[in-house]
Design a protein around this ligand. Structure first.
Ligand code: HSE
Length: 316
């Protein structure tokens, strides 16, 4: 039996500034934070899911692994008719909660496209896989955005401009900064968290957003921590979406009082994260925000950093 396994990491969409245009892959030593997909020619062909959050996944045509595999097969049939499409078996270890703000859907989509591309000896380029990931993610979320799929596929902190020839630019982050996270265990779909946003922003708001994103990017390249911290403000999206996260304000206050450099929502939430000056500080703050934000039985907290690697082959 032939078999391969791929890992696609969790990601933070938006990274406080850069709504829809900035995203980061996350690594942690505390748990497996990303989906692992095994593909084989084991018979009978089919799909199954294991892992802490598998029970929350649809098993039918709405399942993202099934949908994405069908999408890949259509592309294969159209663009590479010389390659014979095989009936395959997919086993997903679903390690990310859906509707969590951790790029859970991107992780499943990217794992499937990346894994199938590996299976068929890489018939398609990385930019094509990125574009397809964003299209499938867009159909799922109600609007196309690259800020989860890009870091999930490519790793690192990615600045996205799909109007440019190079859709993604990798931004250097700070090796000595650590991240503290809490998933409170409520579900917020990206679609619903996007539908609550205004369709237009005022000129002063647009200026503030572009000023902060530009300062953030320059601060990362200059490795200027003070400039980084002063750029990490979101007074456009966070005030609206925080209403969906019980005790958000208390958690933010606690984190900042404990010395967090910044605190906000990961993607469309409900996961929240803080940027911290040391691993120890991140540990203390992660526990503290979990004590404040925790809602359901599957809530959890962890610490990590930006994962410079994106989707990759792993041992089964
Ligand atoms: N940029 C997207 C949003 C990320 O905030 O709606 C979703 O994870």
């Amino acid at each position: 039996m032939a078999q391969l396994s791929v890992f696609a990491p969790a990601s933070i969409g938006n990274f406080i500034v850069g709504f829809d245009v900035l995203g980061a892959a996350i690594k942690t030593h505390d748990r497996v934070l990303g989906d692992v997909l095994s593909i084989s020619d084991d018979k009978p062909a089919g799909y199954s899911a294991v892992g802490e959050f598998a029970f929350r996944l649809p098993q039918d045509k709405d399942n993202l692994v099934i949908k994405t595999a069908e999408y890949f097969n259509r592309q294969l049939a159209q663009l590479r008719p010389d390659i014979e499409i095989q009936k395959l078996t997919f086993k997903l270890a679903k390690n990310l909660p859906i509707g969590s703000g951790l790029g859970s859907s991107s992780s499943s989509i990217v794992a499937t496209l990346f894994g199938l591309n590996q299976w068929y000896q890489q018939p398609f380029s990385e930019p094509l896989l990125l574009q397809w990931s964003a299209e499938i993610e867009g159909a799922n979320a109600g609007a196309m955005h690259y800020d989860n799929v890009a870091p999930c596929l490519l790793g690192g902190l990615q600045l996205i401009n799909e109007e440019s020839q190079e859709v993604c630019q990798s931004i250097p982050f700070f090796d000595d900064l650590h991240l503290a996270f809490c998933f409170p265990d409520i579900e917020i779909t990206t679609k619903s968290a996007r539908s609550m946003l205004p369709t237009q922003v005022s000129l002063p708001a647009a200026i503030a957003m572009q000023k902060r994103l530009a300062s953030f990017t320059a601060a990362c390249f200059r490795q200027d921590k003070a400039a980084l911290v002063s750029s990490l403000v979101d007074d456009s999206i966070e005030p609206l979406r925080k209403q969906l996260i019980p005790n958000f304000e208390q958690a933010k206050r606690c984190a900042m009082e404990q010395g967090a450099l910044a605190f906000s929502i990961s993607g469309s939430g409900p996961t929240c994260f803080a940027i911290c000056e040391s691993a120890d500080k991140a540990k203390t703050i992660a526990k503290l925000i979990h004590d404040t934000l925790k809602q359901g039985d599957h809530s959890f907290y962890w610490t990590g950093q930006i994962d410079t690697a994106g989707a990759r082959l792993v041992e089964a």
